[in-house]
Design a binder for this molecule. Structure first.
Ligand SMILES: Nc1ncnc2c1ncn2[C@@H]1O[C@H](COP(=O)(O)OP(=O)(O)OP(=O)(O)O)[C@@H](O)[C@H]1O
Ligand SMILES: [Mg+2]
Length: 600
């Protein structure tokens, strides 16, 4: 949870402070667990492939020693062909199985990660940058793939090959082997040190990718404003700076990688020259046969392969572990409903979709609330929304109106006091059950990319086409379906950009109506429509609300003047409660608001 303080403020500027989470090799296990059988198969296949590779020099040794002593070698020749083919075949099979498994692991991680991401408490999305979260699902899971393909397996098969080769070399000549191993030991120590430095650099590089994605997302999310403000150049530069950061880490990684290569090749060449020189001398003196020396040198090459493999595997393993770090950081956060495990399942007040005639009573009981680390936003707020009635909340901007709705939806919980639905503290109701009973139109009336149908079915996946058309007519959007051939399949664009502001708002209304919930929360539902449409929407609301309880937040008092009750908010406190008529005399603030809007 230490990301909390680091990202709470100024998140766009400052990259997150280094986290303490350090993924270990054993943290990989849960991700590959489902594939353990396949992994065993792969292990067997790669064992066979390694065996073929190891046997090849032996066959060659037989062949050469046979030729030099003038024996017939036909069978040894055939054996050599068979061994070579077997080596190739099993290597290919191993590679295919391994990559298939890796894809499966990535699929699993992505599902888990996205599933978890979508369930995080709303405050996490206040704290974090969406772009960075996105890069964790995309870039980091992709990097994690290499943990499986090159990482674990190359390390395992490299180790196998290494010991196999060493064993067989020992059978040929122990002295030559000692020379070889001494050289390799020196190289290995150096490479391990470099590996640790690479881990840190990969981590920084991936954080950099996250920052960069966040910077791109920040601009694309407000591309029109950025264009209009003439800030395109500066924003491009800004993303460029983030990209440069990634570049620097990449170059650092390249430098470390580049160091690894010469270290290893000097080691290997040293071993090679020593073996060749000393071995050649022994062949001349007759202490060793020429075929043995050739076989030994071939094993030296066999040895080089796994060492090279292990080096690149270590590098990728480091990158993969750094990626796992970033994924785990998200996976460790408790999901929003984590506190519900112990919740007594209340007899569900509204099984499935609530019938509209079962309106709810909503009550705020001395509610105090502050956003994380912020000043109090609501103080001692108490009011009651009667069953089946329409209650309005009005007040100046920043008074805390939207925050009240957020508390009803349980995006946040109050810091003091209680929010009650039908007499039950909302904290005792499962969030899923609670939200099923509520339809909510956000202040910004968000529309999701996709078709009209996608948007309408968001809250009610079972809505029929007829129901959808009816509700569109109710909110005056029939023209949308009629104008295009696509009908309900009309694409609304990313965030609804292909619709007008008022159309977006009405689509959000339609979605809420269709949800059939007993409590309707509307935040500034008519801010983007003309007064005639507004009047039509008012009528629609009256018809659609039926026995529902409605809470509507509005600046425009015309929208709310005929509400059953009006709660006047100011600076987080309830200033007055009453009807329009009562408030005109009782509340100076209300009167002032009304006078400005020519309603008094
Ligand atoms: N997610 C958030 N995190 C921190 N502070 C917030 C958050 N959302 C709102 N605030 C702060 O809480 C206060 C009340 O905001 P709220 O959105 O409830 O006001 P409002 O009455 O709906 O205003 P408006 O009429 O402009 O929509 C504001 O000072 C705002 O800065
Ligand atoms: Mg608001």
């Amino acid at each position: 949870m230490e990301g909390r303080s680091a990202t709470a403020s100024g998140a766009a500027e400052e990259p997150e402070t280094p986290r303490k989470t350090q993924a270990k090799l054993r943290d990989i296990w849960p991700h590959i667990r489902p594939y353990r059988r396949t992994l065993v198969v792969i292990a067997v296949v790669s064992l066979i492939a390694s065996a073929f590779t190891l046997v090849q020099p032996l066959v060659l040794q037989e062949l050469i020693n046979g030729v030099s002593s003038g024996e017939t070698v036909t069978s040894a020749l055939w054996l050599l062909v068979a061994v070579t083919l077997g080596m190739a075949g099993f290597s290919a099979l191993q590679s295919y199985l391994l990559n298939r498994t890796a894809e499966g692991v990535v699929l699993g991680t992505r599902r888990t990660l996205v599933g978890h991401l979508f369930r995080l408490p709303i405050v996490e999305f206040d704290r974090r940058r969406i772009g960075d979260l996105m890069s964790r699902v995309g870039a980091d899971t992709t990097l994690f793939r290499s943990v499986i393909t090159s990482g674990i397996f190359d390390v395992v098969s490299s180790v196998l090959m290494f010991f196999g080769a060493v064993f067989l070399m020992a059978t040929i000549d122990v002295v030559l082997l000692a020379i070889t191993l001494a050289a390799i030991a020196v190289g290995t120590v150096l490479v391990l040190v470099l590996g640790m430095m690479m881990r840190r650099a990969s981590q920084r590089a991936q954080e950099g990718v996250g920052d960069m994605t966040a910077a791109v997302e920040r601009v694309l999310g407000a591309i029109r404003s950025v264009r209009a403000a003439g800030a395109t150049e500066r924003e491009t530069e800004r993303v460029g700076t983030e990209a440069e950061n990634v570049y620097r880490q990449g170059v650092r990684l390249a430098a470390l990688n580049a160091l690894v290569q010469p270290v290893m090749s000097i080691t290997i060449q040293g071993a090679f020259v020593a073996v060749l020189g000393f071995g050649g001398y022994r062949v001349v003196t007759g202490a060793m046969e020429i075929g043995d020396l050739v076989a030994f040198l071939l094993y030296l090459f066999v040895l080089i392969m796994p060492i090279g493999g292990a080096i690149s595997a270590i590098a990728r393993l480091q990158a993969g572990l750094a990626a796992l770090d970033r994924m785990q950081e998200v996976l460790q956060l408790p999901p929003e409903d984590a506190d519900e495990a112990t919740l007594r399942t209340r007899p569900s007040v509204s099984p499935a979709r609530a019938p509209v005639n079962s309106a709810a009573v909503l009550e705020f009981d001395h509610v105090g609330f502050a956003y994380e680390d912020g000043p109090p936003v609501l103080e001692d707020v108490s009011f009651r929304v009667e069953r089946g009635l329409r209650t309005a909340i009005v007040g100046p901007s920043g008074a805390g109106k939207s925050s009240i709705l957020a508390l009803i939806e349980r995006f946040y919980d109050p810091t003091s006091g209680r929010v009650l639905l039908d007499g039950a503290d909302v904290r005792t109701i499962r969030r899923a059950d609670l939200r099923r009973r509520i339809a909510y139109v956000e202040q910004e009336a968000p529309v999701l990319a996709g078709t009209l149908t996608d948007n309408l079915r968001l809250a009610n996946p079972d809505a029929t086409e007829a129901e959808m058309l009816a509700v569109l007519e109710e909110v005056g959007l029939t023209s949308l379906t009629e104008r295009s051939n696509a009908g309900l399949g009309l694409q609304v664009g990313d965030g609804g950009v292909l619709l007008s502001g008022g159309q977006r708002q009405r689509l959000a209304w339609a979605r809420a109506f269709l949800a059939g919930a007993e409590l309707l929360l509307l935040d500034e539902p008519t801010s983007s429509v003309d007064s005639r449409t507004e009047a039509a929407l008012q009528d629609a609301l009256k018809r659609a609300s039926g026995d529902r309880t409605v809470v509507v937040v509005a600046h425009r008092l015309a929208t709310v003047a005929d509400s059953d009750a009006i709660v006047v908010m100011e600076a987080g406190q309830v200033q007055a409660i009453g009807t329009h008529r009562e408030l005109l005399t009782a509340s100076p603030l209300y009167r002032e608001l009304a006078e400005h809007q020519l309603l008094a």
